[in-house]
Design a protein. Structure first.
Length: 474
C-alpha cells in the first residue's frame, strides 16, 4: 500500500505584491545527523518528516548528509535515502506542503502561488473569478502547511467555497446551499480531504389495504402500513488537482460506527440499501453511506465513524502528443511502453470526430492469465475494498476516459460524447467520440488540432482512511 507523505516548495510572499524567492535549504548538517541518530525514535522520525516536508528544496541537504564521511549509522543512511524516495513519490501521490507569508495580497496572486507550489492550477468557477470586483485581500502566515489546511484558510479569507462540477471541484463565491464550505468537519489523508457533508434521516409510511378489504365493494377494513426508515451520512472526498485518479471505489468500507449510547450504527449483513452510492469526477467524489438507526433509545451524536475508501492513482506516465490530427491520418508512435496507433476521422457534418487508438503491448504477469471481457470490466469493481487491481488495459481505459484531450488550435478541449473498447489478443483498442457544440456559444472549441495523453506507466493503490467523532444525529 502506498504511503502518503508530502511535497514542499518554499516561497516568501511580501506585502501586497507576490514575489518569489528561491528556497534556502541550508541547515546545520551536524545537527540533523544528531537528530537522525538520537536515542529517541520519535525525534528520529520527526527529523525525517521535516526533510520530507522540505520537498525538492531539501535535496541538497540530504545529499550533503549522505556524503558526510562521518556517516556510519546504517539507520541514518536508510532514513535519508527513504526521505529522497518519498520526496519523489510525493510529486504525484503525496500531499503538497505550502509555505506562504502574505499581507494584504490580491486573492488571485495568492491562488497563483498556491498552484505553483502544489504543481497544478486551482479550479475556479467562473474562469474570471479572481478578476471580479470587491474580493477581500488576503493575509496569511503559513509554514509547510498541508495543501488542504492552507486551502481552508485561504478560502475563508477569500469568501469562496467548494462547488461540485462535472469534472470534480472548483472554488466559487460562497452561495449558501449550492456550495460546500471547507469549514465542514473534515479529515485530511495525504492529498485527499474527506468531508462529513451531511447526516440525514428520513421516514415514510406507505398505506396498504388489509387482505380482507376490497377496494371496490366499499366494505371497511384495517389499513396496514409499510414503514421505511433511512439513515446515513454523505461523505465528500476532494483530491488535490495534481492527482491523476484512475479509479475510485464505488463503496465505502466502514470499520466502526457507534452512537453516544454505544449502539452500533453499522448496517446488518444483507440489509437493504447497505451499499454506498457514488457521484464521481476527476477530483471529487460523493458517497451516500447508509447507516442503521438504533431501534431503541438512540443516541444524539455519532460518537465514532471510521472507515476507508480505496483509490487507484497514476504515479508514472509517458506523454503522447500529436499535431494536425485530421491531416496526419493514421499515425504510429513507438513509446517505451509499446506501440500506439492513433487515427482521428471527421464525420460529414464537420461536428463529430472519432479517435481510434490501438495500443500494442504484451500482457505481463501482473495483468492476470486471462483478459476480462472488454465492456463490463471498465466499470469500477463492486465491493470497493479491498480494491481489485486494475489490469493494464483497464488502466488505459480509465486514463483515456478522464485525461485524454483533443484540443482545437487555441487549446480548448472538445467534449467527449462516447467511449468504447475491446481487447484484440495482446492489443487494446479504444474508440472515443467527440462533438463540437453548436455555433454561437462563448469560447466554443473549433476543429481538433492536437491530441495529448499521458499514458500510465505506473499505478499505486491507496486507501483514504477517515475517522470522525461527535457528529450530530438527526
Amino acid at each position: 500500500m502506498h504511503l502518503l507523505p508530502g511535497i514542499l516548495l518554499n516561497i516568501t510572499l511580501l506585502t501586497a505584491a507576490v514575489c518569489g524567492e528561491n528556497p534556502d535549504p541550508a541547515k546545520d548538517p551536524a545537527g540533523y545527523l544528531a537528530r537522525l541518530s538520537g536515542d529517541d525514535w520519535k525525534q528520529r522520525q520527526a527529523a525525517e518528516e521535516e526533510l520530507v516536508r522540505m520537498g525538492p528544496a531539501g535535496r541538497p541537504l540530504i545529499h550533503k548528509l549522505l556524503s558526510d564521511p562521518n556517516l556510519r549509522d546504517p539507520e541514518v543512511r536508510s532514513r535519508l535515502e527513504t526521505a529522497l524516495r518519498r520526496i519523489d513519490d510525493n510529486r504525484t501521490a503525496g500531499p503538497s506542503y505550502l509555505t506562504l507569508h502574505v499581507k494584504d495580497a490580491a486573492p488571485g496572486d495568492v491562488a497563483t502561488e498556491l498552484a505553483r507550489q502544489a504543481g497544478a492550477a486551482i479550479p475556479v468557477r467562473p474562469d474570471d473569478l479572481w478578476d471580479q470586483p470587491r474580493l477581500p485581500r488576503i493575509t496569511l502566515d503559513l509554514e509547510r502547511q498541508p495543501y488542504w489546511g492552507a486551502m481552508r484558510r485561504f478560502a475563508a479569507q477569500a469568501s469562496v467555497a467548494v462547488a461540485l462540477t462535472e469534472d470534480g471541484w472548483a472554488l466559487q463565491r460562497a452561495a449558501g446551499g449550492s456550495t460546500l464550505s471547507l469549514e465542514t468537519p473534515a479529515v485530511r489523508h495525504g492529498p485527499f480531504l474527506v468531508l462529513a457533508s451531511e447526516v440525514w434521516r428520513s421516514r415514510s409510511v406507505k398505506p396498504l389495504a388489509a387482505p380482507e378489504q376490497n377496494a371496490f365493494d366499499g366494505k371497511a377494513g384495517d389499513i396496514l402500513a409499510s414503514e421505511r426508515d433511512q439513515f446515513g451520512i454523505t461523505l465528500t472526498v476532494l483530491g488535490e488537482p495534481k492527482l491523476r485518479v484512475l479509479r475510485a471505489a464505488d463503496t465505502v468500507r466502514l470499520t466502526e460506527a457507534l452512537d453516544d449510547q454505544g449502539h452500533s450504527l453499522l448496517p446488518q449483513p444483507g440489509e437493504a440499501g447497505a451499499a454506498a452510492t457514488l457521484r464521481g469526477g476527476r477530483t471529487a467524489w460523493v458517497y451516500g453511506v447508509p447507516l442503521r438507526y438504533p431501534p431503541e433509545r438512540p443516541g444524539r451524536r455519532i460518537a465514532r465513524l471510521n472507515g476507508a475508501i480505496p483509490f487507484t492513482l497514476q504515479t508514472g506516465a509517458e506523454r503522447l502528443e500529436l499535431d494536425d490530427v485530421i491531416a496526419a491520418g493514421r499515425v504510429t508512435r513507438e513509446l517505451k511502453g509499446g506501440r500506439i496507433t492513433a487515427h482521428v476521422t471527421e464525420a460529414p457534418d464537420g461536428k463529430t470526430f472519432t479517435l481510434m487508438l490501438t495500443i500494442a503491448r504484451p500482457l505481463s504477469a501482473e495483468d492476470g492469465a486471462a483478459a476480462p471481457q472488454p465492456d463490463d470490466a471498465a466499470a469500477p469493481q463492486p465491493g470497493g475494498a479491498p480494491a481489485e487491481r486494475l489490469t493494464r488495459w483497464m488502466v488505459y481505459q480509465h486514463s483515456a476516459q478522464r485525461w485524454l484531450r483533443l484540443e482545437d488550435a487555441a487549446g480548448r478541449p472538445l467534449p467527449r460524447t462516447g467511449f468504447g473498447s475491446r481487447v484484440l489478443g495482446d492489443d487494446v483498442e479504444l474508440t472515443l467520440h467527440f462533438t463540437r457544440p453548436a455555433e454561437g456559444g462563448r469560447n466554443q472549441p473549433g476543429p481538433p488540432k492536437k491530441l495529448t495523453w499521458d499514458l500510465p506507466t505506473a499505478t499505486e493503490e491507496v486507501e483514504v482512511e477517515f475517522e470522525f467523532k461527535d457528529l450530530p444525529m438527526p
